[in-house]
Design a binder for this molecule. Sequence first.
Ligand code: AMP
Length: 277
Amino acid sequence: MQIARSIAEMKALRSKCAEPVGFVPTMGSLHEGHLELVRIAVRDNPVAVVSIFVNPTQFAPDEDYKAYPRDLDRDLAMLDQVKTGIVFIPDSQDMYADGYNTWVDVNGITGKLEGKARPTHFRGVTTVCNKLFNIVQPHQAYFGQKDAQQAIVIQKMAADLNMNLEVVVCPTIREKDGLAMSSRNTYLTGSERIAAPVLYRSLCLASDMFSNGERDAGVIRKAMIDLISQEAAAKIDYVSVADLQTLSEVDKIEGNALASLAVRLGKPRLIDNIILG
Ligand code: AMP
């Protein structure tokens, strides 16, 4: 496994890579969810590149940029085990030098769901992914369904900007009790961790209702909210049943829909989703 600690080092390694190149962008603090993306990238490409970069521009000033969990030695050991080809670990001064002033913004869908709660978040995500794609020049980039809106936004950006890149969306990896794996799960206290699977239970309820023929999105949202509300510690940010392309809330589900939610459990704000249909 080779390690590039600067953009220049990454570009030098990239110039010698066998192709196609698979790429998994991450913020580190890795878990099985990340590793599954890496395994798929390794399986499908002669070279898999993984970036570890806690991107400051996707955090609002009141969010957890400084506190975000970081454990580089552990991450590198995990990546080595799954046969990662290159790990790219740029620092923020290299990525955003003084005077940096260029932004990539996908309009419309970034104003919904996560974007409503975190208005500057997606501009940071699309900008950093664009920069990383330019540096790594992957043929395929792998994203998790766990961050459904992020995957949809990146797909839209890649299509709108005519990128020579396939965006591959991979299934959400979960703990045994259904909690979606997330670096932020480490923030949960013991009792919050016990309560946390209520997110997935509410998504399974939505899925069961859909399978049993329910198409009224309002009825499904209400059932999810009622279930989550049984956990006193859970504070709902949003519960959504939305169109998979526009991410606008729907009244009646035609075909399929994205059921998604954001819930605060103490300090952490957890997100999860399931596709209905
Ligand atoms: P992050 O490090 O949180 O920016 O995540 C890096 C990538 O891993 C993103 O594409 C996430 O959607 C993906 N990811 C995070 N958690 C999971 C999970 N539990 N299952 C699948 N993919 C995940």
